[in-house]
Every structure is written in structure tokens, then in C-alpha cells.
Design a protein around this ligand. Structure first.
Ligand SMILES: Cc1cc2nc3c(=O)[nH]c(=O)nc-3n(C[C@H](O)[C@H](O)[C@H](O)COP(=O)(O)OP(=O)(O)OC[C@H]3O[C@@H](n4cnc5c(N)ncnc54)[C@H](O)[C@@H]3O)c2cc1C
Length: 479
């Protein structure tokens, strides 16, 4: 395996990167359809290979192959943290540290805070920023400086990289349009200054680009592919440890008040009391789930009256708890609760990774045009069908429909920031039924979900709503 190339071979590899064959590969990579594959090859052939405990298939090179530069890693490695907001159990940070250690250079972590993100409010921002404060403290103990940069990555990272003389940037992965845009634009900026940007899928257990190279249409088409890769990727994490090459760096603490003042979000949607932000609190929820609720998960997960879910989606969404950690822990209960363990793996691995697959390969993941053409045609044909009730966004938002169950679900979402998964289906189905068009229904469902749910603005949510459309259209009978 390439990631197991012995250190002593590196000289030979460095020499190889100067050969015409390698240069030709780089040229190929610059603009062709095979860019992704060639960049992958260049990544593996360069000194961007981390230590032997890191599987390089988790990575891909975003910038154009810059062998000349990437083979000289003299300045710090920067981990640009975004979706995966935790220190331990984070392949992005594991890779960054292994790379920094291999080259004997400092390691930095930066998070770029945008003043507004889709329909997120103070509820979600506060959950995220409290988690990041915990990250900062944990990094401090490991002598790894944390930098909170205000603004979009493509604007604030390049000057920071220049100032700190960063040699390599590592980022994590999200399939959402805005996040892909940040990575693409930052990559273009880094191309100009010839600093490589390496992306690690630190959220999925099986990297999304490896699990499948196309949009999968149902869990049944992705399930086997994911399970085939699990033995290779569902492995224990190496620890992120004290970074010994950082001794000359100064550790400054973040001005979180200034960060809060920079936000341009709805501050009236308040924090919730049941969910304490941060990795430590999230790991306690995981513990609690395994010891108290997991045994009921298989039989009762579709009953909103029972407390049998993991409730981990807020911590998963912000990457405060790695799903891989949760699965490793849940799996350790296999002999006691085998059915529940399998059911949990189906939800948290197969269904969740299917959602990432859908958003990654379908650029219209949050609109009706994301559905199959014939489904769109059927929707059009039924556009004028008479609807029993039609409500406005305001009526939905204020729980003012004729249906007490729907109103209660909506109220719970507004007050507590999380609705039971089974109720979410009922809630979304009814919005689509009680609006003048599927486009309007989908728009309102996304708006409410993203504004109030702590775990909103997540691939799972966009797919959840597409699935509702699909259920209504009876498109995928065997989902
Ligand atoms: C209309 C609708 C909207 C939804 N909106 C969101 C959302 O905004 N954010 C979000 O994270 N999930 C969303 N889901 C998916 C699912 O309902 C939630 O992930 C789940 O209820 C979260 O609670 P939990 O962590 O206790 O889940 P558990 O039942 O304990 O499941 C564990 C994990 O498995 C994953 N999972 C569970 N069900 C699904 C599913 N149907 N699809 C994909 N992954 C799943 C989640 O990561 C979840 O945290 C939505 C579903 C529907 C039908």
C-alpha cells in the first residue's frame, strides 16, 4: 500500500517527482477530466504522505499538483477545521499532525467564522462556538495554537497562510454547496501561491468519493459498497498528542466576544437547555445511549413516545463527536444487543453516508429539480390538484394549522431544537400537502428545519425532505 512507503524510500520518491513522467502526470492533472485521479496519484507520490497509521485513501489533493513545493515542507502544517470541530477522533487533525511530525514542523489549527450561514440562528451558532471554545482549550494543552479567523476562508486564509509561512493546508469535507465553494475558491487562491490544499473526509467513515463515484439512488445500492469498506476504514484513531515542534510558537486566546459581535444572524432563536455543546458533553450522551437506550433502539426507534434514540445528531452535525467513535463504541455492545447495533449502523452509517453521497453528487439536492425527471413531470401534472388546506409560512411557523399533532411537533422544534425522526417525516409530508406547490412546501420545510433544529442545514435534512417528496411520488418503493 502506498501509505506504507518506508521513510527511507522518501529520497528516491523525491527524485522521482522531478522526472519527466511525473511532470507529465502533473500536466495531465491540471485541466483534464482525469484531474481527480491524477491529483490523487500526485498526492500519493509526493511528500504529502503522512505516517504509516494514516490511510491515504482518506485524502485527496484539491490544488493542482505542486510537487516542487509540496516536497519541501519547511513551514507549519495548517489544519483548516470546518465541519469536524473536535480534536481527538478527527482524521483531518491526525493527518495534519502526522505530516507535521514527519517534516519536523509546527502545526496550527484555524477556523474561519462566517457572519451568516444559510438560515442558522444564534441557537446553532452558540452551540458551535461553545464547542469551538472547548476545542481551543484542548488544543492549548497539546501546545497547538487555535486561530479563529473572521470571514470567508478564501478571503482570510491566504493572508494568514502568508503571514505564518504555512507549507501545507489540510481541510475537512462537507458535500454542501457553500462548503464546496469555500474549498474550491480557497484552493484557487492557494494555487496562486503554490501551497497545497489536501482534503480529508473526516466526517464519513468511508470517504464519500471512495464509497461510490456516482449518485446512489437508495440505501440498498450503497449498503454493500459501504459494508465492503468498513473493515478497512472503521479503525481505532491514533491520538493527537502534544506537538513538540511548536515550542517557539506563542499561544494567544481568542476574543469570543468580538466573534459574537461579528455575527449577522437572528439572535431571537435562543439556545436550548437539554443539549450541552462540546465534545465532552456529546461523549456523555453517547455513553448514556449505549448503557440505557441502545437496547431498545431496534424495536422502538420509530415510536416518538419512547426515549430510545441516540439524540446525537447535534454533536454529529457540528463534528463535535465523530460518528466513527460512536460506531466503535456501539459495536462493543454487539454481543448484548446485536439487533440494535445493526439497526444503529444502518442509520448512522448507511443512511447518513447516503445523504452525503446524494448532496455531493446531486447539485440540486435542496430543490425539486433534484428529483428524477419523471417525478418532476408527475408533480407538474398534479400541480392544480385541489388541496384541502393551504397555509402560509407564518401559519406553519406559529403552529397554527388545524392539526394538533403537527402543531405540537412544530412547537417542540421551536422550543427544543430537535424533533423525533419519525415525527419529522409526518411534519414534512404535511407541509408538502398543505402548500400551494411542492416548491413552496420544500422551501418552507427547509427554512423552518434550518432555523430551529440544532442539527439543521445538514445533508441528512435535505435528503429527509427529498425522501418525503419521493414517498409522496412513490418513486422508490424499495427504499
Ligand atoms: C423531514 C426530515 C428532516 C430531517 N432533518 C434532519 C436534519 O436537519 N439534520 C439531521 O441530522 N437529520 C435530519 N433528518 C434525519 C433524522 O431524522 C435525524 O438524523 C435523526 O432524527 C436525528 O436524531 P438522533 O441523532 O437521535 O437519531 P438516531 O435515530 O439515534 O440515529 C443516529 C444517527 O443516524 C443518522 N440518521 C438517523 N436517521 C437518518 C435518516 N433518516 N437519514 C440520514 N441519517 C439518519 C443521524 O446521523 C443520526 O444522528 C431528517 C429527516 C427527515 C425525515
Amino acid at each position: 500500500m502506498l501509505n506504507a512507503v518506508p521513510a527511507k524510500k522518501n529520497k528516491a520518491w523525491l527524485a522521482f517527482t522531478a522526472t519527466p513522467i511525473f511532470v507529465q502526470k502533473l500536466k495531465m492533472a491540471a485541466g483534464s477530466q482525469a484531474a481527480g485521479a491524477a491529483r490523487g496519484a500526485a498526492l500519493q507520490e509526493s511528500l504529502l504522505i503522512a505516517g504509516s497509521s494514516f490511510n491515504m485513501k482518506r485524502c485527496r489533493l484539491i490544488t493542482k499538483p505542486t510537487a516542487g513545493k509540496s516536497s519541501i515542507v519547511k513551514g507549519p502544517v495548517l489544519y483548516w477545521m470546518s465541519r469536524d470541530q473536535r480534536v481527538q477522533d478527527n482524521w483531518g487533525l491526525v493527518y495534519s499532525q502526522e505530516l507535521a511530525n514527519k517534516h519536523g514542523v509546527p502545526l496550527l489549527v484555524a477556523f474561519t467564522l462566517v457572519p451568516k450561514f444559510l438560515d442558522a440562528t444564534w441557537r446553532q451558532y452558540s452551540f458551535m462556538m461553545s464547542g469551538l471554545q472547548e476545542v481551543e482549550k484542548e488544543l492549548l494543552k497539546l501546545k497547538i495554537p487555535f486561530h479563529l479567523l473572521l470571514g470567508k476562508a478564501q478571503s482570510c486564509l491566504p493572508p494568514f497562510i502568508a503571514k505564518e509561512s504555512v507549507s501545507v493546508v489540510v481541510c475537512d469535507f462537507s458535500p454542501l454547496r457553500v462548503s464546496l465553494g469555500w474549498v474550491k475558491e480557497t484552493g484557487a487562491e492557494l494555487d496562486k501561491i503554490k501551497v497545497p490544499l489536501v482534503q480529508v473526509d473526516a466526517h464519513n467513515i468511508v470517504p464519500v468519493w471512495l464509497a461510490s463515484d456516482k449518485q446512489e439512488y437508495a440505501a440498498r445500492t450503497l449498503r454493500n459498497k459501504i459494508h465492503k469498506f468498513l473493515p478497512e476504514f472503521l479503525t481505532e484513531f491514533p491520538l493527537v498528542t502534544l506537538h513538540t515542534h511548536n515550542s517557539k510558537l506563542t499561544m494567544k486566546s481568542t476574543n469570543w466576544i468580538k466573534a459574537k459581535e461579528s455575527l449577522e444572524v437572528d439572535m431571537t432563536v435562543s439556545e436550548v437547555s437539554w443539549a450541552t455543546p462540546g465534545t465532552n458533553a456529546g461523549l456523555k450522551v453517547l455513553d448514556d445511549f449505549c448503557t440505557k437506550r441502545l437496547k431498545f433502539f431496534a424495536a422502538q426507534r420509530n415510536d416518538p413516545n419512547k426515549d430510545s434514540l441516540s439524540n446525537l445528531s447535534p454533536w454529529f452535525h457540528f463534528g463535535q463527536v465523530g460518528v466513527q467513535r460512536a460506531i466503535l463504541k456501539v459495536k462493543s455492545y454487539s454481543s448484548k444487543h446485536s439487533e440494535s447495533v445493526s439497526a444503529y449502523i444502518e442509520e448512522a452509517v448507511v443512511r447518513r453516508e447516503l445523504a452525503d453521497n446524494f448532496c455531493y453528487y446531486n447539485p440540486h439536492y435542496d430543490s425539486i429539480s433534484g428529483a428524477a425527471q419523471w417525478a418532476q413531470d408527475t408533480l407538474k401534472a398534479h400541480k392544480k390538484d385541489k388541496r384541502e388546506y393551504i397555509y402560509t409560512q407564518e401559519q406553519f411557523e406559529s403552529s397554527s394549522t388545524h392539526d394538533p399533532l403537527w402543531n405540537a411537533a412544530q412547537l417542540q422544534m421551536v422550543q427544543e431544537g430537535k424533533m423525533h425522526g419519525f415525527l419529522r417525516m409526518y411534519w414534512a409530508k404535511k407541509i408538502l400537502e398543505w402548500t400551494s406547490s411542492p416548491e413552496e412546501g420544500l422551501r418552507i420545510a427547509i427554512y423552518l428545519n434550518d432555523k430551529y433544529e440544532i442539527d439543521g442545514r445538514d445533508p441528512n435534512g435535505y435528503v429527509g425532505k427529498e425522501i418525503i417528496i419521493i414517498i409522496i411520488m412513490c418513486i422508490f418503493e424499495q427504499l
